[in-house]
Design a protein around this ligand. Structure first.
Ligand code: Q9C
Ligand code: ZN
Length: 350
């Protein structure tokens, strides 16, 4: 399986994040990707393919240009105001407040363009996120050119980022950018399967009213789990997109049996859609040892996940999302990819 690695990921290196109103050590750190890189280099997966710059246009197909410009310049603005270290939002235009006027205040724009205070914005955030999107697009190119699959190793992750906001450690929505690029390259139906512990609210929202990108997600129930305000089972798409969104929320603490039951249901639904491309938002924070999540998967389950995905027999693009048990992420990602790669093409589908 060809691998595209975003070498610039470490430019996004936060020391701290807000968690329940306190500054704590950041969870989404460069070592996450370093461990995955080590595990993949020691495996027989690969080869590694260099990143190709596709420019800004494919990002602007999904994200508001004003949002991208803000993220690009935000840390410099923060520093010019005397800010030190990471920048965080602290005020948001909820409900009856206006979000159609962009305020001049930096603090106000931080709130306008974000959903939480848990996503530190650093000097290198834009570079890391921009090149992560480019690495994702490079991996997409491989699959569009006929590769059975490709994996993009990148951070920060993407699936919480909306068209015009960051949050949940995410700034540019790589799954959405690549799904749109695949549509623009002529693929008619694209499926995004999000197996990260957290609901991919950004990806869902971007495609909610569209039938051409089917979003399916298995995740911790938003009644108790981040992102709290989206990801319920009754969200099935709207307008022309009605029926093309599927959420499988599971209670925190769900068993592996419950997880695979939901997963197999999602695969049947996905298969019935007959997509021309599958994009997997591959978070491995479903791991039992994850410090901020509450499912129980382990190496054998990650391998089984990869095998089941292979049985769909679809061109498949894997994009790295969450996973915070730093030392175990490499092993878990490798198990998914090896499970997929070891399942022969031509084996019966689900
Ligand atoms: N400090 C992804 O997995 N904060 N994002 C949880 C822990 C939000 C996770 C509290 C978690 C976001 C891509
Ligand atoms: Zn997650």
């Amino acid at each position: 399986m060809k691998i595209v690695y975003n070498e610039r990921h470490a430019q996004h290196a936060a020391q701290k994040e807000f968690f329940r109103g306190q500054l704590v050590d950041a969870f989404e750190i460069p070592a996450r990707a370093d461990y995955v890189l080590q595990a993949l280099q020691a495996s027989d997966l690969g080869p590694f393919v260099p990143v190709v710059d596709h420019g800004r246009a494919p990002l602007e197909r999904v994200h508001a240009p004003a949002y991208l410009r803000f993220i690009e310049g935000a840390h410099a603005e923060w520093q010019a105001l005397g800010g030190e270290g990471e920048a965080f939002p602290a005020v948001w235009p909820v409900r009856s407040l206006r979000s159609d006027v962009e305020p001049r205040s930096f603090a106000a724009r931080m709130g306008l363009y974000s959903m939480d205070s848990g996503s530190p914005l650093t000097a290198g955030t834009w570079a890391a996120a921009y090149w992560g999107a480019q690495a994702s697009l490079t991996a997409l190119d491989l699959v569009l050119a006929g590769e059975r699959s490709a994996y993009c190793l990148t951070r920060p992750p993407g699936h919480h980022a909306g068209a015009d906001f960051f949050g949940g450690y995410c700034f540019i929505n790589n799954a959405a950018v690549t799904a749109q690029a695949a549509r623009d390259a002529g693929r008619q139906r694209v499926a995004i399967l999000d197996v990260d512990y957290h609901h991919g609210n950004g990806t869902q929202a971007i495609f909610y009213e569209r039938p051409d990108v089917f979003f399916l997600s298995i995740h911790g129930d938003p009644q108790t789990e981040y992102p709290f305000f989206l990801g319920h089972a009754d969200e099935r798409g709207a307008g022309a997109g009605e029926g093309f969104n599927a959420n499988y929320p599971l209670p925190a603490g769900a068993s592996n049996e419950q997880w695979f039951e939901a997963f197999e249901k999602a695969l049947v639904q996905l298969n019935a859609y007959a997509p021309e491309l599958l994009i997997v938002s591959l978070g491995v924070d479903t791991y039992g040892g994850d410090p901020i999540s509450h499912f129980r998967l382990d190496e054998p389950e990650f391998r089984r996940m990869g095998q089941s995905l292979a049985s769909l027999q679809l061109p498949t693009l894997f994009l790295q999302e969450g996973g915070y048990a730093t030392a175990a992420i490499g092993r878990n990602v490798q198990a998914v990819l090896a499970g997929f790669a070891s399942t022969a093409q031509g084996q019966p589908g689900v």
